[in-house]
Design a protein around this ligand. Structure first.
Ligand code: SAM
Length: 445
């Protein structure tokens, strides 16, 4: 917790190492993980509760004591740990880091225990006539600007119930999704090998039932990789989009760390095509190289916006282009416990500028008649539909939106009115991936 708040570390990178160092396994490791991730997810609401119980802003509480109180509040309000056990382990923690604060911590915990979670939400945001966004934000522990963005994207202004379901889905740890690499193994074979279930929608997906993906032999041997099922679907949709004429030059313009390049590379191998994978950050380009070894993939470290100047690229343009743009990641908050509190609305402006420039570069790089898939792992309208409209308007290249719904599995519900698609954890069990597809018209306009 301290590493996350003090050093800006990522919990899902730090925690497994700490668990190994502490030699915690099995149920103890699972409980420590649930406590850490749960507390990080709910931090904003836990802090609002602690502030009332302590009668002071949490910023004025010594950070180690504040972290202990967050863990204590989480146990009291969101777990089945007996209240006396939750309070006494929290006080033990405070004794170890700040003995002078034991009395204070005891008093705060006693006050927190006077209500349950719903009771606290009613106390902090009374429902009658209150601001529904404020209440949803507290009840489901998301910043208000994210609640608004989900609600806008779901067009659920009139249906706060669906916004609530979308927010609630971020508070449930999803299973790790694996992708069986086409041509190397089937999803059924992978499911049998790992003792998991095949995915609901992607023909390549398998849900890992538990354990570390690092222990899966198929991953070590390049027959499978870790990838959210939604990511698999959008990459497969690009590969399946109808294209007239040549179809052997594919481009991934934002490739690191290489999940979609891995899947596209395996599909390209089956179809005698080649994938060029561009990534601006050298160490991420290295990850793409590792993720695509033995596949017909060329990795180039470069800025995707300079695509016209990259010598290795074919002059006549690409047949299929993926622009999986850097984004706020609001679509995968369930996989990154702390990230909802780190992201700021001010992150949007520089990211959307970059997204539009990269999509415009994608439109430059594709040949007339070829297709560009624009993907974000965010449902924020500014990063999705608004971004696509703006980039097309400014790129100077004529392009028509393709209806992507027929490119997704027929049994997939709730895909909206098209032509683009927004996936959701609460609807589809995937990350909230957005997919728009554009077909380039003839020549610059
Ligand atoms: C959303 S991630 C891509 C994920 C990847 N497609 C996958 O499936 O693993 C966006 C990537 O774009 C890279 N990026 C950012 N700016 C870029 C630029 N100007 N040109 C190329 N890549 C860029 C980031 O470093 C990051 O690796």
């Amino acid at each position: 917790m301290a590493a996350v708040h003090r050093d800006d570390a990522y919990a899902n990178l730090v925690l497994p190492r700490l668990l190994r160092q502490a030699r915690l396994h099995g149920r103890d490791a699972a409980f420590a993980t649930e406590l850490t991730y749960g507390t990080l997810r709910l931090t904003g609401t836990l802090d609002a509760i602690i502030a009332v119980a302590a009668d002071r802003d949490v910023a004025r509480i010594d950070p180690p004591v504040r972290d202990a109180l967050r863990l204590g509040a989480y146990q009291l309000l969101r777990t089945r740990v007996a209240p006396h056990a939750a309070a006494s382990t929290t006080v033990d923690l405070v004794r170890a880091v700040a003995p002078g604060a034991i009395g204070f911590a005891n008093a705060v915990l006693r006050r927190i225990a006077e209500r349950d979670w719903d009771g606290w939400i009613d106390r902090l945001a009374p429902s009658a006539d209150g601001d529904p966004v404020h209440r949803l934000a507290l009840a489901h522990a998301h910043p208000e600007w994210i609640v608004r963005s989900f609600s806008d994207s779901l067009r659920a202004g009139g249906d706060p119930e669906e916004t609530a379901r979308a927010l609630a889905a971020d508070n449930v740890a999803p299973p790790v999704h694996l992708a069986a690499r086409p041509g190397l193994m089937t999803a059924a074979e992978l499911a049998e090998e790992v003792g998991g279930k095949v995915g609901r929608y992607s023909p390549y997906a398998v849900y890992l039932p538990g354990g570390a993906p690092g222990d899966v032999a198929a991953i070590h041997e390049g027959r499978a990789h870790v990838q959210d099922e939604g990511s698999q679907l959008v990459a497969a949709a690009l590969a399946d989009a109808p294209v007239d004429g040549p179809d052997d030059r594919w481009l991934d313009l934002c490739a690191g760390p290489g999940g979609k390049s891995g899947l596209l590379g395996a599909l390209a191998a089956q179809r005698d095509a080649r994938l060029t994978a561009v990534e601006v950050t050298p160490h991420r380009a290295q990850l793409v190289t590792t993720a695509t070894r033995d596949l017909p993939v060329t990795v180039i470290t470069a800025d995707g916006r300079d695509v016209g100047q990259i010598e290795e690229l074919p002059e006549q343009g690409f047949d299929r282009v993926l622009v999986d743009a850097p984004c706020t990641g609001l679509g995968s908050l369930r996989r990154r416990p702390e990230s909802r509190w780190r992201r700021q609305p001010s992150d949007l402006a520089p990211l959307t500028r970059l997204q539009r420039e990269l999509l415009a570069a994608g439109l430059r790089a594709v040949r007339p008649g070829g297709v560009v898939a624009y993907v974000t792992c965010s449902p924020h309208l500014v990063e999705t539909e608004v971004g696509v409209t703006e980039a097309c308007r400014r790129s100077g290249y004529p392009a028509d939106l393709v209806d992507v719904r027929p490119l997704l599995p027929v049994d997939m519900p709730d895909l909206g009115g098209g032509p683009s698609v927004q996936l959701w954890p609460h609807r589809h069990g995937t990350d909230a991936m957005f997919l728009a597809m554009l077909r380039r018209g003839p020549g610059p306009s």
